[in-house]
Ligand binder design. Sequence first.
Ligand code: ATP
Ligand code: LTN
Length: 334
Amino acid sequence: MFGEQKIAYSGVQPSGNLTIGNYLGAIRNFSEYSEKYKTFYCVVDQHAITVRQVPADLRRRTYETLALYMACGLDPEKNTLYVQSMVHEHAELAWILNCFTMFGELSRMTQFKDKSARHADNINAGLFTYPTLMAADILLYQTDVVPVGIDQKQHVELCRDIAERFNQLYPGTFTIPEPIMAKHGMKIMSLAEPTKKMSKSDENANAVVYILDDRDTIIRKFKRAVTDSGAEVRYDPEEKPGVSNLMSLYSCFSGKTIEEIEREFDGCGYGDFKLAVGEVTADALAPVQASFHSLMADKGALEALMKKGAEEASWYARRTLAKVQKKLGFVQIR
Ligand code: ATP
Ligand code: LTN
């Protein structure tokens, strides 16, 4: 709560091309909070540099992520859309929170364990303290709810623990946030290894459907999706993870329930089903793609939006940081 306003906050890293996992698990759901909450959606470029980025790609993807936010239905008049590195309070509060976060807590984060295994030549301190920067993002805005995919739940829980610890020492500082996850789509799996999360940094492009993939590419990727040796379109994530993942996707994009899908494809082979999943996905993404391309054609307008978003966000961030600094005993001269 910021004054009388309830706050929703989330972020996406501009670390790769966004996937249908990012879309269904996170971005697509963001707009539903704009009515009831004051919403902040951030492009978290400072998080992205915890793994090496090519500067030109990072810059381009920062514009693209902002454009995709809007193409997915976020109106910049109703939501504060901004870039993390343009609001310096994030890095400042992150340092403070580092001093209230335990080494053991950070060591237990599964994302850190996964990413340090994948980037064994670059296990930097930023990768380790990634969750304290994320906690700073959330706590600066006195956030009530954090819409994320299930893979981020552990980070939001750590954020709660840090906020509670801080509040115990300095009462009334932070609102304690709750993670909220979409009922469906909270974990979309890889098309090549359906027991693994679909991830934008996967090296195998066939494992991942990107929001901006064209229709033929989408249909081809689904055609090649790994299933099982059976032929029955039945939902069973344990025994049939590949088919079950495709059924979840079909359900998310068509609005049909799993039972309806089982009935619709009763007696059909996997081939017809995969084609149907490809088509429904391509149909759903077509308007998002059209809107994205027209937004990207005007860089000046995107920059004006970044500026406006950063100014709005700073207004809130400044207040929380000043409150924290005062509580800690930092000298403040006005
Ligand atoms: P990376 O591969 O670089 O770690 P990522 O694809 O996991 O990236 P993030 O930027 O970390 O993407 O995540 C943005 C949002 O999308 C988060 O809320 C995250 O929970 C959600 N998300 C990411 N992948 C999936 C997925 N496969 N299913 C559902 N939600 C997802
Ligand atoms: N860690 C998140 C991205 C992220 C975020 C946030 C999400 C950074 N800061 C604040 C919600 C709230 C991720 O990897 N998806």
